[in-house]
Design a protein around this ligand. Structure first.
Ligand code: ATR
Length: 271
C-alpha cells in the first residue's frame, strides 16, 4: 500500500524504539487487509509534547513502550479500568481529539496462555515482581486464575502480592507450591545470558504449562527444560504477538491477521 494524502497514522512511542519489531508487525497486518494505514517509530523523550503533537497531527493509534507506559497516564482523556489498576498503558486510541489508554500486555499474555489452557480456576506461579509481573498478574486475576508471586527480592514480591491481594512464595523453596502454570516475567535467560534460568529444572514437572516472556532466544533454557519435563511451553514471542493483535483489533475493529503478524515478527527477530 503506497502512502498518500489519505493514509492514517499509527506509531510506537518510546525511547529507544529503533529496534522495535512492532512497525514490521503492524504494517504487515494493515497491508494484509488493504488498509491505508502506516505505522512509524516515534522516538520520544518528552511524552507531554509528544501527546500534543500526536493529537494535532491526527494520529489514530499509538503503541507505548519503555519508559513511557506510566508517564503517559496523566495526559490521557480516559483510561481502561484494568490499565488503571495495572498503572501502565501500552496502547492509545485517538478519536475526535480525545485519547483513550488501554493495556494490551495482559490481554496478550492471557491470549497466549489460552491457546494452551483454560485460566479460570488455575493456580499460577509468577516469577518476578516488576512491571510485566504486575500487568500479567492483574490480567490473570481478570481471567479468574489464582496467582502466587515469587521474586528474588522478597519485599518487592510481598508488595506486589499485597497489591494483587494474592499470596507469595519463596524462590528458595519453590517445590512446596502446588500450581498448574509457571510464568517467568524476569529477564533471566535473555540473550546473552542464555545459560541462566529463573527456576530449577527438578520442579518443572509439577507444571502443565510453562510460559516465558523472554523472546530472545525464542527457546530459553527454562522452556527447553520444561519441554524435557513434558510441560506445554509458550515463548515470549506469543505474548508480543497477541498484545499487538489486541492493539490491531482495538484500532481497526477487525480480527487481527495473527499468522501474518507472527511471520513478520519472526523475520524481524531472525535478522
Ligand atoms: P519489567 O518492567 O520488565 O518487569 P523490572 O520492573 O525491572 O522489569 O522487573 C524485573 C524483575 O525481574 C524483578 O522482579 C527482578 O527481581 P528483583 O525485584 O529482585 O530485582 C527480576 N530479576 C531481574 N534480574 C533477575 C535475576 N538475575 N534473578 C532473579 N530475578 C531477577
Amino acid at each position: 500500500m503506497a502512502i498518500n494524502g489519505s493514509s492514517q497514522l499509527y506509531g510506537i512511542l518510546g525511547d529507544p524504539v529503533s529496534h522495535s519489531l512492532s512497525p514490521a508487525m503492524h504494517n504487515a497486518a494493515f497491508a494484509e487487509y488493504g488498509l491505508n494505514n502506516v505505522y512509524v517509530p516515534l522516538p520520544t523523550k518528552d511524552v507531554g509534547d509528544a501527546i500534543t503533537g500526536l493529537k494535532s497531527l491526527g494520529f489514530r493509534g499509538i503503541s507505548v513502550t519503555i519508559p513511557h507506559k506510566q508517564t503517559v497516564i496523566p495526559y490521557l482523556d480516559s483510561i481502561d479500568p484494568v490499565a488503571e489498576k495495572i498503572g501502565a498503558v501500552n496502547t492509545l486510541i485517538i478519536k475526535e481529539n480525545r485519547i483513550h489508554g488501554v493495556n494490551t500486555d495482559w490481554l496478550g499474555a492471557n491470549r497466549a496462555l489460552q491457546e494452551k489452557t483454560e485460566l479460570s480456576g488455575k493456580r499460577v506461579l509468577l516469577l518476578g515482581a516488576g512491571g510485566s509481573a504486575r500487568a500479567i498478574g492483574f490480567g490473570l486475576l481478570e481471567a479468574g486464575a489464582e496467582v502466587i508471586i515469587a521474586n528474588r527480592t522478597a519485599e518487592k514480591g510481598k508488595a506486589l502480592a499485597d497489591l494483587l491481594q494474592c499470596s507469595c512464595a519463596s524462590l528458595s523453596d519453590p517445590g512446596g507450591v502446588q500450581t498448574d502454570i509457571l510464568i517467568n516475567t524476569t529477564s533471566v535467560g535473555m540473550t546473552p545470558n542464555i545459560d541462566a534460568t529463573p527456576f530449577p529444572k527438578k520442579y518443572l514437572s509439577h507444571f502443565s504449562v510453562v510460559m516465558d516472556i523472554v523472546y530472545a532466544p525464542q527457546k530459553t533454557r527454562l522452556l527447553a527444560e520444561a519441554d524435557e519435563e513434558g510441560c506445554q511451553t509458550i515463548n515470549g514471542l506469543a505474548m508480543l504477538l497477541f498484545q499487538g493483535a489486541a492493539q490491531f483489533e482495538l484500532w481497526t475493529g477487525q480480527k487481527a491477521p495473527v499468522d501474518i503478524m507472527r511471520q513478520h515478527l519472526l523475520a524481524g527477530l531472525n535478522k
